[in-house]
Design a protein around this ligand. Structure first.
Ligand code: SF4
Length: 362
């Protein structure tokens, strides 16, 4: 073991206090793992070895890391842990979408949704247990916030689903499940760094999307801190409308939100995705469509039109298909890219706004 007078003495596994919480190595960046190994007096390259086992080898115990010595594996068992969330149940939609209820170590449940596409799969992960943002068109809101997920628990959803569905081709990850990612900022950013790291699960940042309800100051910060695609749930074209369905708007009204979007550092040819849930007789008129075009004019954006999923939510109803088509036509006729997003996983409550941590009562 190498030490010098300026360094702390490395500790052997037996010098660790058994009452100390064992750190979850799944939630460590490579830098952090390197510091962890140094603290144990181990070589730097051990960090990359362990990180690859966790994120690429999908090892959920140190015993599986067979290129580490037996003694080192036993030491790691004593002082640290790995182990992504556990699948408690799975629902399969008629359209191929698979929804997983995952339990964390403390028993808290979140949902992750695997969406098969033609040539790849997308995994929608949660960033919080519940959510405090109170959007009226979302079941998760009814849970309130139970707690933030750690970075390891966010990344762990990808690892668990890859292991549970070995034939899946998860190349795309969206932070669009339960919770507001930017309200759990530090963990979400750390999870992005791990997910996109070459020694991690190797998700390209171009295929990792963070979806926010509109925490304007943190949108700007996200753009400075990491590279990720951005999606924003807009859902309204006036403050009055938006205040009504998305309480976040009272803190960060449309003007603040749009300014944050204008300043978001977009790579060339990239666009911000604007999610617009269409609600019958609320935000689906021709005038709403024209106002949306005007609002988004200074922003490089594309719009996903999502007919409301859940007729049981408050007094809101899904719009008629003709209205949805007309809304799209108005946007397209004014050169605003707009697609109607097919609602998938609806029969197993896996579609947008339907996640509720396994509860069907919410
Ligand atoms: S839509 Fe997103 S931000 Fe709003 S309550 Fe639901 S989970 Fe939270």
């Amino acid at each position: 073991m190498m030490t010098n007078a300026n360094q702390l003495e490395p500790r052997t596994a037996h010098q660790y206090d058994a009452s100390e919480p064992r750190p979850d190595l799944t939630g460590m960046t490579l830098d952090e793992l390197e510091r962890f190994m140094a603290d144990l007096g181990k070589e730097r390259y051990r960090a990359a070895q362990v990180m690859k086992w966790i994120h690429q080898g999908l090892a959920d115990s140190f015993q599986q890391m067979t290129n580490l010595s037996k003694g080192f594996r036993e030491d790691l068992e004593l002082i640290a842990r790995v182990g992504p969330p556990r699948v408690v149940s799975e629902s399969r939609s008629r359209d191929g979408v698979r929804k997983f209820l995952l339990h964390m170590r403390d028993g808290c449940g979140v949902e992750a949704v695997l969406i098969p596409e033609d040539d790849h799969d997308t995994l929608c992960v949660s960033t919080q247990v519940g959510c405090s943002m109170g959007c009226k068109i979302c079941r998760t809101a009814r849970m309130g916030l139970v707690r933030n997920l750690t970075a390891g628990e966010i990344v762990g959803q990808v690892l668990t689903v890859r292991k549970t569905a070995p034939s899946s081709r998860i190349t795309n990850v969206v932070f669009m499940g339960m919770g507001e990612p930017l309200a759990n900022y530090l963990n979400a950013v750390k999870a992005i760094r791990i997910l996109t790291h070459p020694t991690g699960p190797q998700i390209s940042w171009r295929r990792l999307t963070v979806s926010t309800s509109g925490l304007a100051p943190r949108i700007s910060r996200l753009g400075r801190d990491v590279r990720a695609k951005l999606a924003v749930s807009l859902n309204a074209v006036t403050d009055e409308q938006r205040d009504f369905i998305m309480p976040v708007n009272r803190a960060y009204p449309l003007e603040d939100l749009l300014e944050a979007l204008r300043e978001y550092p977009l790579p060339r040819r990239d666009r911000i995705t604007i999610e617009y849930v269409l609600i019958k007789d609320f935000n689906d008129s021709d005038a709403d469509a024209r106002r949306l075009v005007k609002l988004l004019n200074p922003i490089r954006a594309k719009v996903n039109l999502i007919p409301l999923n859940d007729d049981m939510l408050e007094d809101f109803r899904s719009p008629d298909p003709e209205r949805v088509a007309r809304f799209q036509e108005i946007l397209m006729s004014r050169s605003l890219m707009a697609i109607i997003r097919k609602s998938r996983g609806r029969d197993v409550l896996a579609a947008c706004g339907q996640l509720a941590g396994g509860s069907r009562e919410l």
